[in-house]
Design a protein. Structure first.
Length: 141
């Protein structure tokens, strides 16, 4: 009887741990990416210092934004996950934030990908994995 109780509790906790936000985020495609960025190149050299995001075009849904967080690197798709893809839904970098060019100007924190200043936004930025090997970053999903 005790084992059934633990099984039920485990099942309930497991079902609650799923991210309910993700199931409503259907605008972005699961595009396979594999990028290698050489931090010695001028266009990526600012990634050697924390808090300097870089936009990489022609990858993912709307490009990829990479940032040195000070404790590692983070990479996010530059397409706004709360909009259907359009010419205005690609984020522009404004300091430590990515801002959508559409009328609602959705704003996202580039350190963690979470929406800023708008509780109605349900979807965080689509994150990609980042591995560092020397002066080379590999970004993939």
């Amino acid at each position: 009887m005790k084992s059934y109780f633990y099984l039920i509790i485990f099942t309930v906790l497991l079902s609650c741990s799923k991210n309910s936000v993700e199931k409503n985020c259907n605008f972005l495609l699961d595009v396979g990416i594999s990028l290698q960025l050489n931090l010695n190149l001028p266009q990526y050299s600012q990634l050697q210092f924390p808090s300097n995001p870089v936009y990489v075009a022609n990858a993912g849904n709307g490009g990829v934004i990479v940032i040195n967080t000070g404790t590692g690197f983070a990479a996010f798709d530059a397409a706004d996950p709360n909009h259907a893809p359009s010419s205005c839904s690609v984020l522009s970098i404004n300091g430590l934030f990515g801002t959508c060019g559409c009328d609602d100007k959705n704003k996202y924190n580039l350190f963690n990908g979470l929406p800023e200043d708008n509780a109605a936004l349900r979807c965080p930025l689509k994150a990609y994995r980042v591995e560092q090997n020397g002066n080379t970053l590999t970004i993939f999903n």
